[in-house]
Design a protein around this ligand. Sequence first.
Ligand code: PLP
Length: 455
Amino acid sequence: MGMSTNDHTLRVYDSIIGLLSSEDNPTPLVRLHKVVPFSHTQVFAKLEWYNPFGAVKDRVAANMIRDAEDRGVLEAGKKLVEATSGNTGLGLAMVGNAKGYALRTPLSLAIPLEKRTVLRFFGADLVELDDSLCPAPGAPEGAIALAMETADTQPDFVLLNQYENEANPDSHYRTTGPEIWKQTQGTVTHFVAGLGTCGTITGTGKFLKEQRDAVQVLGVHPEDGHDIPGVRSLRQLSQTKLFRPEQYDGTTEVTNREAFDLCLRLNREESIIAGPSSGMALAGALKMVPDEPGNVVVVVFPDNVFKYASSFQRHFPYICPGDKKDGDDSGPSQADIFLGEMMENLKNPHDSVRVKELNEQLGSTEKPLVIDVRPPDFYEKNRIPGSINIPEDDLAKRASELPSDRDAAIVMVCGIGKFSKSTVLYLKSMGYRNARSMKGGINEWVRKGFATESS
Ligand SMILES: Cc1ncc(COP(=O)(O)O)c(C=O)c1O
């Protein structure tokens, strides 16, 4: 008798696709002890990096492809195009490799280099853009818009669109929900998930509530301006099709600091290699769930630490300093610490201006000079009327074009309000005392419906 394959007990599989999680092959549930301040409530983490390609999105990628094949929109010779914050791209690239579909993925330059490098290594064709970490819904020149444009104009590309595709939550209705119900033998009382596309919470929540309506379905989102890949702030969620708060029992906000600090504790105290959005989800669970006998909480941990080294260097410069010169092991240099503090200071409200405020100022006699630091092709496509274009990389060599008056009111503008911050720092180092960054960038300006021009 030959070897039995696709045997979850023996864990022998015909192909990697057989390892995708399901009720018979669930991702592990692990109880948390040291980081949980409860004496009664039990908290379990569901470790989604046990999926074959390392994240919760493997479920979504496989189910969206299966669904598209079943509906006849995806067949041999077709290519995939999908906007992603990383993990869906990784899942689609690998399921695509196994099934013969190439992947093109527009994404944000803000995504950690490690993740973009692995995507390339998996064979994905990356289009890097000036967009927010979790592609901003409705951003005219963002990743989602480009993916849609590609699918509309190039017939051999298929957009599965995780942000609107019911096969996203359906993947969790078919797998994550049944796994949790079986693994907890129906004793789960609270289900908690971080909110990105909202496929995890909407699909899993629907299944668990069908088993017992009293199961509390709770969502966790980051603060505005966060840098936690994969999840969305409340402002972004308001434009997320699969975000259905009427089906949840509660949501809460968690700060960047809270998320990264608990992520560190999970790794250090529980020896669980959880990533930043897992720290965020758990921090939210600890805020929302009471300490009561009989409470069984399951928190989804979407992926692990190994794709976030550069995020940890940014958030924990003392613990994870960048590279040092040979033989120099004295921790972060004074320059690193100083730069870090300066960037922190930059966050003070005096150095940024909201789009509404700028729009009013542009209507006044005291209008500031608006400098758009994006690459020329973005500037030509749409810009604030009257703004001039000095791309970030050219600022030093085109300093002569800046006002001679160091008190001149200047507003720096980029796509999402991230890169403009460091250009304000640069102007400050040149002695400009009234330079500010426009919060949210052109994305926010357009979202607010203010006038733009193009050439
Ligand atoms: C790291 C990470 N955390 C959380 C999420 C949120 O999951 P969902 O999109 O199902 O809401 C994602 C989604 O991409 C993710 O990649």
